[in-house]
Design a protein around this ligand. Sequence first.
Ligand code: MLT
Length: 272
Amino acid sequence: MKAETRHVAVRGGSIAVHVAGEGPPLVCIHGFPLDHRMWAFQEPLADVATLVMPDLRGFGESLGAGPIESIRQLADDCAAVIRAVVPGERAVVCGLSMGGYVAEHLAVHHPEVVRGLILVDTRIEADTDAARAGRRDLAARVARVGSRIAAEAMVPKLLAPTSDQGRRSPVAESLHRMILEADPATIQQALAALADRPDMTEAMRAVRVPTLLIVGEEDSITPPEVMRSIPQVVPQASLAVLPGCGHMTPMEDPEAFNRLVRGFLSGIPAAS
Ligand code: MLT
């Protein structure tokens, strides 16, 4: 994707933001422990939206902003991105998994910059004790061995058995490479922030913007059941389940994913 890279000031330094296309802003927030390159298949959306794709602090090209402290801090960074890249505008914010947690915090704490939400393969609840223990264990292994261990642990769980033709499929290769290239210290900081993130169920009741939920039918990390409960909390939310996909719907079935996003964008009134 031909994107222009901008550097946006955030608390502690600056982060890299990749901007492409024309039209109303669509902010795409990557999952853990990836970077903006996971949105490569969303390039066709640049004909209907200005794609604004940050590398969250510590990831991708955003190595100059200090450590990750919390999901709220990452949302504050993204609010700064929207104000700097599309001043005076409200954006549709699309986040996958960890990016979804960041998008939820943006909608709750910075509603003035959000006009729509796309929550992808994510959840609104906090971690269970078992999930927190799993994150502590992975962080300890990354500290000992490096990012390779995160790639080996995660890639097989990210893709649906039916979409992945083994770890050598191009999508699996690209995920593997992104995780290998991720900074081990950032991975550990992000794991701590993920484990500490609050339950957003009550806070999300106040969200009043159009919301699209997308999940892979075979997502084993945030299965369809966990997203089915969100419309009971966010009245304007509707759910689409993509068959043959796991946790990485935008990469596993880009055509279906992009079709859903286009339909959603065209249904949001410009001034809402
Ligand atoms: C992600 O894809 O961002 C992670 O799976 C998030 C998580 O582990 O909760």
